[in-house]
Design a protein around this ligand. Structure first.
Ligand SMILES: C[S@@+](CC[C@H](N)C(=O)[O-])C[C@H]1O[C@@H](n2cnc3c(N)ncnc32)[C@H](O)[C@@H]1O
Length: 250
């Protein structure tokens, strides 16, 4: 998987520590050869001698708007050498589809992602219409630039790339993964098979040493060595947590 980020702050995408892409899972993905990331400065493509990428909005009002031509040329520059790759263009905007684990899985299945990070008031609508990217939002709030959204998305993708997470920290146990109930686990009264009962659930709680801390004990079942009972307990906790915290997922 290759990710090209089009930005006016390419230095934020360094892949050496302590940069975000230089540590933890993104680092593992890069070291494993599963992920490469390049950041391209949109300013390089301006025809303006001051390397301006933005101008005042037509119709007046506050702020600046990023211009079509440098953005268009930046896409052309990174896409031409990878013609034929399974590609997805992504534009980060608070008006886009909220980022979800399902969306991350879709992005992780592509060969080439071209991510566009906006600034100021945003980007001239005409180049967005022409590029027809997937518009993705981090949530219902506004940050100053799309770079933070690109970094979050790249991190989430890195975890899903083959060979990046070991068995011990496999992403299939994370929140929002599809959980099928363990064998013999039943809450359904309608005779649904396990696969039909599979749901995107929140993860169960986790514990480690010591067995007791400030009067709080680890649940007995986790110390029992009974793997079947542990699997059932974990599934029940996933359901309980999801019901209490995110009933919309059920
Ligand atoms: C200050 S914001 C512009 C917000 C825009 N005027 C609006 O209200 O829709 C500047 C840039 O930050 C990025 N951005 C801001 N909030 C975001 C969010 N929730 N998700 C993804 N990107 C966001 C986008 O790339 C956007 O072009």
């Amino acid at each position: 998987m290759h990710v090209d980020v089009l930005t006016t702050f390419p230095e934020l995408f360094a892949t050496q520590p302590p940069a975000l892409l230089g540590v933890s899972m993104p680092r593992r993905a890069i070291d494993a050869g599963a992920l490469t990331v390049s950041a391209t400065d949109i300013r390089t493509f301006t025809h303006d001698k001051h390397q301006k990428t933005d101008d005042r909005p037509f119709g007046g009002g506050p702020g600046m708007v990023m211009m079509c031509q440098p953005v268009w040329d930046a896409f052309d520059h990174v896409e031409k050498p990878r013609a034929g790759a399974r590609r997805q263009r992504v534009y980060f905007t608070p008006q886009g589809t909220p980022l979800s684990q399902e969306l991350v899985a879709h992005l992780a299945s592509c060969e080439h992602l071209v991510m566009l990070a906006g600034h100021y008031e945003g980007i001239d609508e005409r180049v967005i219409e022409e590029l027809a990217p997937l518009e993705v939002s981090l949530g219902d709030f506004v940050v100053s630039g799309g770079e933070v959204a690109a970094l979050v998305t790249i991190d989430a993708i890195a975890r899903l790339l083959p060979g990046v997470l070991g068995h011990e920290d496999s992403s299939v146990q994370d929140s929002f993964s599809v959980f099928a109930p363990p064998q013999g686990f039943s809450t359904a009264r309608d005779g649904l098979s396990s696969s039909k009962q599979s749901k995107r659930l929140l993860d169960c709680p986790h514990y480690t040493k010591p067995r007791e801390w400030r009067g709080r004990a680890v649940p007995d079942v986790l110390l029992s060595g009974d793997h079947e009972a542990i699997a059932k307990w974990r599934h029940a906790e996933r359901l309980r947590r999801t019901f209490v915290r995110r009933p919309d997922l059920l």
